[in-house]
Ligand binder design. Structure first.
Ligand code: FAD
Length: 415
């Protein structure tokens, strides 16, 4: 079978401006920690980003809403024409900047990379567009970005995450939903009085199962839990991992690419690309944002960098104890994508557009078949946690693509 004719490989884990894919709660962490981080640091500085949204974390629309909340905090005490620096041109920073700009503030966005969008990155695959970072507008019926997508006349395609096609290299898998339900019940019972780690919940639950059910459990965990979290399970909060929302609520993806939303938000804004910020100083007179490129003096600032990046900035004064304590209880998971475009579709079609793949080796467990939405055969393969590190790590793109293609061949033969 001919290999892919176009491809793209993500590097979120080793990217210094992302340092991972999305946030999750560490042992003892709660949504109150996210809410704490969303509260203003002082009267001049406020944080924004997916990691500080208490109810829709780790998702694009949570990041968007957090940016608007950060802007609202600053506007509640703003005088007309004040200046604001927004650090980071991901969707959170752009949402904040847009709202501030529309309310008459003088806004400058400073972005480290040579592009906007952050963990939203739509790439060209030989004439079609696909997303190497976020792709789905999750919880679509109540996703505020659905309105933005409609205003831009962007078509969307539904993915039924509740109906994946489960495939594995060692034979058919059935009973995955039941295995996940039993695991969730076990986790709820085990953490009723106190939080524990995901590793501990898994070990205790596994110990009660016979080998056939352990196999299904391992498959289910790799496909559904590891993929949602990406964290090291020995430090991940079981309450958080099994309790925070994720995929599976009417999610839809955008064949034109999610970057279109960022472009629309950025329209007319003053965005300085290639401006990595290394420090932020707040004093009674204002805020100074600085980097090797120089310094920017403003009245206030929104820091919309990923939480994993925040500790790399020299903050003066440092984060208050409450914020620092909350930050220490939120981790960042690993997840990586490979996009493969082929001349023809030779893998099985999943009715919901979504496949789970299990192997007795690190693999891309979650696959989205974008063929129907794009009109050409394209697969998005996603690996998370250790598998993401092993498969992507510091390996050359060509090796990653060769491995991913080999996995596609194995999956096709497994049916
Ligand atoms: C592979 C993958 C798949 C995903 N899939 C989905 C999905 O389908 N649906 C969904 O809802 N979410 C998904 N997510 C999560 C989603 O991408 C994020 O929640 C969201 O995009 C985060 O937005 P943000 O603005 O908070 O952060 P970011 O997008 O990371 O923006 C932060 C910005 O700050 C900039 N920055 C960093 N450091 C500095 C610095 N020192 N100086 C200046 N600028 C700096 C960065 O370059 C970036 O532009 C996925 C993420 C990944 C990685």
């Amino acid at each position: 079978m001919e290999g892919p004719v176009a491809w793209a490989v993500s590097r979120w884990g080793t990217d210094p401006y992302a340092r991972g894919a999305w946030t999750g709660l560490l042992l003892g962490g709660t949504t109150a920690d996210r809410a704490k981080l969303a509260a203003p640091v002082d009267e001049r500085v406020v944080l924004a980003g997916e990691g500080v949204h208490p109810t829709s974390p780790a998702m694009v629309h949570g990041a968007y809403e957090s940016g608007r909340t950060a802007a609202a905090h600053l506007m509640s005490t703003a005088r007309p024409g004040q200046s604001v620096a927004v650090v980071g041109a991901g969707i959170a920073g752009l949402a904040a900047a847009r709202l501030l700009y529309e309310h008459g503030q003088r806004v400058r966005v400073v972005e480290a990379r040579d592009r906007i969008g952050g963990r939203i990155r739509s790439v060209d695959l030989g004439g079609v567009t696909a997303d190497l970072g976020a792709a789905w507008l999750q919880q679509y019926p109540r996703n505020p970005l659905a309105r933005v997508a409609r205003a831009l006349r962007l078509s969307t395609v539904a993915t039924d995450f509740a109906a994946p096609l489960p495939l594995s290299s060692d034979g058919p898998v059935s009973g995955v939903d039941e295995a996940l339900t039993a695991l969730r019940q076990h986790a709820a019972a085990r953490t009723a009085d106190a939080d524990t780690t995901v590793a501990e919940v898994l070990a205790a639950h596994r110990a009660r199962l016979d080998p056939a059910r352990v196999r299904v459990l391992d498959y289910a965990v790799a496909a559904a839990i590891t993929l949602e979290s990406g964290l090291d399970f020995t430090t991940a909060s079981a309450r958080g991992t099994f309790g925070e929302p994720g995929v599976g609520e009417g999610d839809r993806w955008v064949p034109a690419g999610l970057s279109r939303l960022c472009d629309a938000l950025a329209d007319g804004l003053d965005v300085a690309l290639n401006h990595p910020v290394t420090g932020v100083t707040s004093d009674p007179g204002g805020v100074t944002v600085h980097g090797a490129w120089g310094r920017l003096r403003t009245d206030r600032a929104v820091l919309a960098v990923p939480l994993a990046v925040l500790p790399t900035l020299a903050l003066d004064p440092p984060l208050p104890d409450g914020h620092a304590f909350a930050l220490a209880r939120i981790g960042t998971g690993q997840a990586e994508k490979v996009l493969l475009r082929y001349r023809e579709r030779f893998w099985p079609a999943s009715p919901g557009g979504y496949l789970w793949w299990g192997e007795d080796r690190p693999t891309w467990n979650e696959w989205a078949d974008l063929t129907d939405g794009l009109g050409v055969p394209v697969l998005a393969l996603i690996a998370a946690g250790d598998a993401a590190r092993v498969l992507h790590g510091h390996r050359p793109d060509a090796d990653v693509v060769a491995d991913a293609h080999a996995a596609v061949l194995r999956l096709s033969r497994a049916t």
